[in-house]
Design a protein around this ligand. Structure first.
Ligand SMILES: Cc1cc2nc3c(=O)[nH]c(=O)nc-3n(C[C@H](O)[C@H](O)[C@H](O)COP(=O)(O)OP(=O)(O)OC[C@H]3O[C@@H](n4cnc5c(N)ncnc54)[C@H](O)[C@@H]3O)c2cc1C
Length: 481
């Protein structure tokens, strides 16, 4: 249960505490804002609509997708159970405290171009705050260890390069929510990595380096790993213009934390919630579905919604089995294998955005200026390139982007070794649309799928998760009607 979460604030400077196998323990201690509101497993009252079931609907996974799905199923009048493996809700969003500052170790920024999450923010009247570094006073690009403070003319050159490289997006994917609408062009863009596309592009070396640095943060991986169409999808969803795209992915966030939205959705729906309950199997039997937990309990429902990460879903025994493409893609893992970390540095280093190529940190920006110190948020594409628990290594890496920075503390969460995530945010690898897309979100009888990773539009984002959950709940309603 989450009671322990409220016994005190986790000391996030003890970063090892958050790593790997400690994921569950970290979840226990790290949940902040209002964690106690969902402290007890809630019993949903009322009889099932469908006779002979323990629940009308069982939702598996208590991230944003599962929270939204469970709420809508309850609103549709179905007795609903939400099963979550960890001892906290939120999944790959994780509100925590770092040195007295509210931080998000996972999903964070949201935007009004993101229809599902923005509708929830409006519905629950949640306040927004801004990350200053999204509108920086200074920008820098470090190429192979050489740092260049960008002049206005260079910023214009960088943005012009980005626009030229993404110009085709509007034609290749005129409908963001229907990525294969212009099928041949989309599959062509799917077949090539951003790096290969960049190699062919008529751009200056400086423009190419700038794009590579930004794409490394988008892919949370090397630009080799992300297909060109995925880059176009991010860009087009964000308005098709570099500044609005950057606003969409890095400027606005929920003042009281992402956990607040998850709690609002779950509380509003009132589904029964069971934490610490990993699901082991999901078997359809005629017009019922049997869900068996790691504790050995079997529960019967008229429908199940699986709101699970791509990289872990295949660990559950599904019958009928998952489509081959879902399993294959999950085993390969989506592109998100990097790290995100917060760094507290001495003094006021200003409001900056600094990006790099061929460096352990690809992206650093100002998160909070507090006079005697600054909190920076950073991203790196390769966890093997930087031990985020080693302050000296972090400081050295940071100095390539912010010269002279004196690190006081740093924190990060190891999503890659968390058995219920096995990765960070999802983009697809070259060729995945052609190979796997038709298998993603293919419901199987009474087993429905809704997650951020298998969806469309803002796939790989909080918005995609909420949309995936809401749409799955609607399909369940249609099925059970
Ligand atoms: C470092 C990082 C930065 C990010 N930044 C942003 C951002 O700025 N903006 C943005 O919009 N998005 C961002 N994202 C992505 C966003 O957080 C995710 O896409 C979204 O939260 C995924 O939601 P979901 O519900 O689909 O999956 P998840 O949040 O992964 O939820 C799935 C749930 O299923 C549970 N589960 C897994 N296996 C089982 C099982 N066997 N039984 C029961 N439960 C199980 C998990 O514990 C988890 O709670 C970021 C993610 C990370 C990690």
């Amino acid at each position: 249960m989450q009671d322990k979460a409220n016994q005190g604030t986790i000391d996030l400077n003890r970063r090892r505490f958050l790593g790997g196998a400690g994921a569950l323990a970290a979840g226990t201690a790290g949940v902040l804002a209002g964690g106690g509101a969902l402290a007890a497993a809630r019993e949903s009252t009322g009889a099932c609509k469908v006779p002979g079931c323990d629940y009308d609907v069982i939702v598996i996974g208590g991230g944003n997708a599962g929270a939204a799905a469970s709420r809508d199923c309850m609103e549709n009048g179905y007795r609903t159970l939400l099963l979550e493996a960890r001892n906290r809700l939120g999944g790959r969003t994780f509100t925590a405290d770092f040195e007295g500052t509210h931080v998000e170790l996972g999903g964070f920024w949201i935007h009004h171009t993101q229809p599902f999450v923005w509708a929830e923010k409006e519905r629950y009247n949640l306040e927004i705050v801004e990350t200053p570094g999204a509108v920086p006073d200074r920008m820098a690009l470090t190429i192979d260890g050489k740092r260049l403070e960008l002049s206005l003319a260079q910023i214009h050159e960088a943005i012009a390069g980005w626009q030229s490289f993404t110009d085709a997006g509007r034609e290749i994917m005129p409908r963001n929510w229907d990525i294969l609408y212009n099928r041949d062009a989309a599959l062509q863009a799917d077949s090539v990595s951003v790096r290969d596309k960049l190699a062919q592009a008529d751009l200056t070396p400086f423009q190419k380096q700038f794009i590579s640095a930004i794409v490394a943060t988008m892919a949370h991986n090397s630009p080799d790993a992300m297909s060109y169409i995925e880059m176009l999808r991010w860009h087009q969803c964000g308005g098709g213009y570099f500044p609005t795209f950057m606003d969409a992915v890095g400027r606005f966030s929920l003042k009281d934390g992402t956990i607040k939205l998850v709690e609002k959705m779950v509380q509003d729906g009132g589904a029964e919630v069971r934490l610490n309950t990993p699901v082991k199997s999901v078997h359809e039997r005629g017009d019922r579905v049997a869900v068996t937990t790691a504790q050995g309990e079997t529960l019967v429902a008229a429908a199940v919604i699986a709101c699970l990460p791509m990289n872990t879903i295949f660990n559950i025994d599904f019958d009928p089995p998952l489509p081959a493409g879902v399993v294959e893609a999950g085993r390969q893992r989506h592109t998100g294998v990097g790290f995100k970390l917060y760094m507290k540095v001495q003094g006021d280093v200003g409001n900056l955005l600094s990006v790099a190529t061929s460096a352990p940190l690809d992206f650093v920006m100002t998160y909070k200026q507090a006079g005697d110190h600054t909190i920076l948020v950073g991203f790196g594409q390769d966890p093997a390139a930087l031990d985020t628990a080693d302050n000296r290594a972090v400081e050295n890496a940071l100095r390539q982007l912010v010269p002279g920075a004196r690190l006081l503390a740093a924190t990060s969460y190891d999503w890659n070794n968390d058995p219920y995530a096995r990765g960070t945010y999802c983009s697809y690898r070259p060729g995945w649309l052609a190979k796997y897309y038709a298998d993603f979100q293919k419901d199987q009888g009474r087993i429905f799928f809704g997650s951020s990773d298998h969806g469309e539009g803002w796939r790989g984002f909080i918005d995609g998760a909420i949309g995936g959950g809401i749409k799955a709940a609607q399909r369940v309603k249609d099925k059970l009607a």
